[in-house]
Design a protein around this ligand. Structure first.
Ligand code: SF4
Length: 367
């Protein structure tokens, strides 16, 4: 592990405990086959702190190992709780990869101001547009080019945060794994990783949100994943229609732009709701796991963004222009909030960090 990323002080209890637990697991080997983590744990002799960082960020939080383990805290002095200790390491990894910008009160205040001030200014400058007369056009609330400028900046900001986190994770963790191979990222391993992600290979039949095996997480994550892709498709089609084919918005209900947007919105809303219910159900059924904002904020933000988007469209056909524009302003505020807060308060970095860990696993395990 590089000095720069030694985020866990020598005596850090979380990291020490994780090394201790995985060292016991490496001797026990009962959980082989449950998930990608165990073949990696058992492929070496000595468990290093860097290994633990890799295992924790490869972990899909199945919780199978907890229910299989005879050494869990309530049953044995070994006090093994792999799902919880890897969760803590993941949270700290994401904080470190975003330069701990959410770690002190001052930083939190600065982040809140970056969040609240633009939203307030947005409402102040656009609120009167809610009363715009005539046929409904979303650009009457926020004109087209300022809207494109703000959404492009937000996308660039989030993609840059993910890219920087990915580059740092590779340099600070993946490259430090002293097992001779490196994460090439392309070739068979890369294609396998992409197919694993698209098929949600490692999400099926897991012990979540309770002791009974279920596909709940497989279901809601699939809905959120493909719902988000459908909304990106809708936005892209909207641009093609308006700026290439010169077909002006608002588009009719049967147009591919609206169909893709509604489909994506419904998938995100249902997936978000399922995800939130599962998260809070697991809090009651699986008390060995902590549930904090970090664990559900991203799902909640997707749910609010999708729901306000659908309501805006519904109001277009059922309510007056003022209701449409007001809901649209709430929708824009929800999108802004999600983009700004996602890297610091949610587990959004799992998108890039787990992808790179899974690719390293495939690179290491595909003959
Ligand atoms: S979690 Fe428990 S049962 Fe599984 S490998 Fe570790 S010690 Fe063994």
């Amino acid at each position: 592990m590089s000095e720069e990323f030694d985020i866990f002080s020598d005596r850090d209890s979380t990291m020490e405990d994780a090394v201790r637990q995985f060292t016991i697991c490496n001797a026990c080997r009962y959980c082989e086959g449950y998930c990608p983590v165990w073949p990696e744990v058992h492929s070496g002799n000595i468990i290093t702190r860097n290994d633990v960082l890799y295992y924790s960020n490869l972990c899909y939080d199945h919780r199978d190992c907890y229910y299989a383990c005879p050494y869990v805290p309530d049953a044995h002095e070994f006090k093994i709780n792999i799902p919880e200790v890897t969760r803590k390491i993941r949270k700290k990894t994401y904080e470190e990869l975003t330069f701990n910008l959410n770690s002190s009160l001052e930083k939190k205040i600065a982040l809140s101001l970056i969040l609240v001030i633009p939203i307030m200014l947005g409402w102040i400058f656009t609120f009167n547009n809610i009363y715009s007369p005539g046929p409904i056009s979303f650009y009457k609330l926020v004109p087209k080019y300022p809207l494109i400028a703000v959404s492009s900046m937000l996308s660039l900001y989030l993609l840059s945060m993910l890219a920087v986190a990915g580059i740092r994770y590779r340099r600070l963790v993946i490259d430090g794994l002293d097992r001779g191979d490196r994460n090439t990222g392309v070739g068979i391993a890369g294609i396998t990783t992409l197919l694993n992600v698209l098929a949600h290979k490692w999400f099926r039949k897991i012990h979540y949100p309770g002791e009974k095996e279920s596909n709940v997480r497989f279901g809601f994550h699939l809905l959120i994943f493909y719902g988000f892709l459908m909304d990106i498709l809708s936005t892209t089609l909207g641009f093609i229609y308006e700026d290439i084919l010169a077909i002006p918005s608002p588009f009719p209900f049967y147009s591919p732009v609206v169909i893709a947007g509604v489909t994506g919105g419904l998938m995100l809303t249902v997936g978000g709701l399922l995800g939130l219910v599962a998260r809070f159900s697991s809090r009651n059924k699986q008390p060995f796991m902590t549930v904090e904002g970090f664990d559900f904020l991203l799902i909640l933000e997707f749910f609010v963004v999708a729901l306000t988007g659908l309501l805006t469209l519904l109001f277009r056909y059922t309510a007056g222009s003022e209701e449409v524009y007001l809901m649209l302003l709430i929708h824009y505020s929800a999108i802004y909030t999600m983009y700004i807060t996602a890297p610091f308060s949610t587990n959004v970095l799992h998108i890039i960090v787990r992808l790179m860990s899974l690719n390293r696993f495939n690179n290491h395990n595909i003959p």
